[in-house]
Design a protein. Structure first.
Length: 544
């Protein structure tokens, strides 16, 4: 029923109280709403079946992640575990009325908060386990509950039969007295319900959380520059202590840091036993990302109002509802999965004999979740030129972290036979098929760094001069070639440019402009042959 028309929709703002005194309970309320939205979103209720708020949600306990929020009780706004859910029940009630659902049970608040829906008799209170909200319909319907950065939204989808009549509303209740106090502002600290009577209360206006995975120097520099006092960093492990440069982030001094050491070590252990490529490996990597995202999500403070997140964690955190009521930025390190699939599909059509271009596609639900999350993000941060162009005005383009320039290599006459360095494995997505065709019939030598191969019926390397190499041979190469369909982190191409080595690469590599760089629109054998030929000295033709 995801595509059914919207029969009713209601929304209300989340951050209604943001003063230092009110903020903690408002943040707690929104945390409770996040958990409730996860439990209710996507429910599909058959015709005639009764929906019950408490049957679907269950008791709101701390063991389930619920925290202290604002609750209206006996005329006072008091702290309560699970407090704030009446905002959701009220919107459910309003959407049900708009959708022509039959309200089986609904209870109004005993008192009103000035300016609230209770003043218009459009509210519905709930209290475990005897004050419930229930309704049903003579048709199938679907419930959607979401939190964006600023609002709680309830939506009911259903193909409402024509001629369905709006249920009659009961007569309005007599005017209800207004709420008389708020535990954080009434000053009655001796009251047993006041936070000061039970625990230390440190009001704040929120902080940012940095949910990070593999370190890129560009992202490390940006995060360090944008982190503020009170922000919190979540890292896979302490890369400095463990001597792991790919995790050696640089949080500002005094920043609280939490490490996911055990999940990260478990991920590393399992990855060592995965094949070098293929569907099994890709599925396992996605599962590991989901586990790290869950570890982080369980530890985000309710008072976090903004998140900076590594892209590989984004769709999993979206599924967990971690971004509800928060703004967020994304450190974009690869193509969105939907676009990645599109690039690989294009490459597979061009090279139907490649077994690696179509061996894996992510779950469609995960693809959709990432696309929606990217659409909702505030800023998309990347040094990758192609990705920055793709996202347009929403991209925050960083400068690549260029290796230290080592100066020109001199003006020696170019050889007729080149040593070409391929800084990756000879796979279809890296353009090996097109490169092999470009090199057929030449004396150029291809030095291949990676060890993975195309397991194709016809080896693309069979008719060219090539050998396995190591990184030590890069300074002696005449050119670096990277005709990739997909390339997210072209570090060795940047290093080659710093060494004064010409680079031939596709736009998909996202490299910055450089005098030694030749950029091709896409992998193409003829264009590659022309670019390589321009670097070699012309052959002398013997005249009889």
């Amino acid at each position: 029923m995801q595509d059914a028309p919207v029969a009713g929709e209601s929304r209300s703002p989340l951050w209604t109280q943001t003063s230092p005194a009110e903020f903690p309970l408002t943040a707690g309320k929104i945390q409770n709403l996040r958990l409730a939205a996860l439990a209710l979103d996507g429910l599909e209720i058959p015709a005639g079946q009764v929906f019950s708020f408490w049957c679907q949600l269950g008791r709101t306990t701390r063991s389930k992640g619920f925290t202290t929020g604002r609750e209206l009780r006996e005329g006072c706004l008091v702290p309560s575990t699970g407090g704030g859910l009446c905002q959701l029940s009220g919107l459910l009630y309003q959407a049900a009325l708009e959708s022509n659902l039959e309200v089986v049970e609904r209870h109004a608040h005993s008192r009103t908060v000035p300016g609230s829906d209770a003043e218009r008799d459009r509210d519905a209170t709930v209290f475990w386990n005897y004050v419930d909200l229930r309704f049903r319909a003579a048709f199938d319907w679907r419930l959607e509950v979401e939190l964006d950065a600023t609002h709680l939204v309830v939506r009911i989808r259903a193909a409402v039969p024509t001629g369905t009549k709006q249920p009659a509303l009961r007569p309005a209740d007599p005017p209800r007295p207004a709420a008389t106090g708020d535990c954080l502002t009434c000053g009655q600290t001796e009251c047993f319900r006041h936070p000061a009577a039970t625990s230390a209360h440190a009001p704040s206006l929120g902080h940012s959380a940095f949910l990070l995975d593999a370190r890129w120097p560009e992202f490390d520099r940006w995060c360090s520059g944008h982190s503020r006092e009170g922000d919190r960093w979540f890292l896979p492990l302490d890369g400095h202590r463990w001597k792991k440069p790919n995790y050696a982030w640089s949080p500002p001094g005094g920043t609280p840091v939490q490490h996911a050491t055990l999940p990260t070590l478990t991920r590393s252990f399992r990855q060592r036993r995965l094949p070098a490529q293929g569907a099994v490996r890709q599925a396992a990597l996605l599962d590991a990302d989901a586990a790290l995202a869950k570890y982080y999500a369980d530890r985000i403070s309710p008072e976090c109002r903004h998140i900076v997140v590594s892209q590989n964690l984004l769709p999993h955190l979206w599924r967990l509802g971690a971004f509800g009521g928060r703004t967020f930025d994304v450190l974009v390190s690869r193509w969105p999965i939907a676009d990645l699939h599109r690039h690989l599909d294009t490459a597979a059509k061009a090279q139907p004999g490649s077994p690696t271009l179509g061996d894996f596609r992510a779950d469609p639900d995960l693809v959709r979740d990432e696309s929606v999350a990217l659409d909702r993000a505030a800023r998309l941060i990347t040094p990758h030129r192609a990705l920055a162009r793709h996202f347009g005005h929403r991209a925050w383009q960083l400068e690549w972290d260029m290796p230290k320039a080592e100066g020109p290599r001199g003006t020696a006459t170019p050889p007729t036979s080149l040593r070409l360095f391929l800084p990756c494995s000879a796979l279809g997505r890296k353009g090996i098929h097109e490169l092999a065709v470009a090199l057929e019939g030449t004396d150029h030598e291809l030095l291949i760094l990676g060890r993975a191969r195309e397991d194709a019926s016809k080896d693309p390397l069979a008719d060219i001069n090539w050998r396995q190499t190591s990184l030590d041979e890069l300074p002696n190469a005449d050119a670096l070639v990277l005709p990739a369909w997909v390339e997210h982190q072209p570090r060795l191409a940047l290093r080659a440019l710093a060494l004064g080595i010409p680079v031939i690469a596709t736009e998909a590599c996202g490299l910055p402009d450089h005098p030694l760089l030749q950029t091709l629109p896409r992998p193409d054998a003829e264009a590659l042959a022309g670019a390589i030929g321009s670097l070699a000295a012309p052959r002398e033709v013997a005249i009889a």
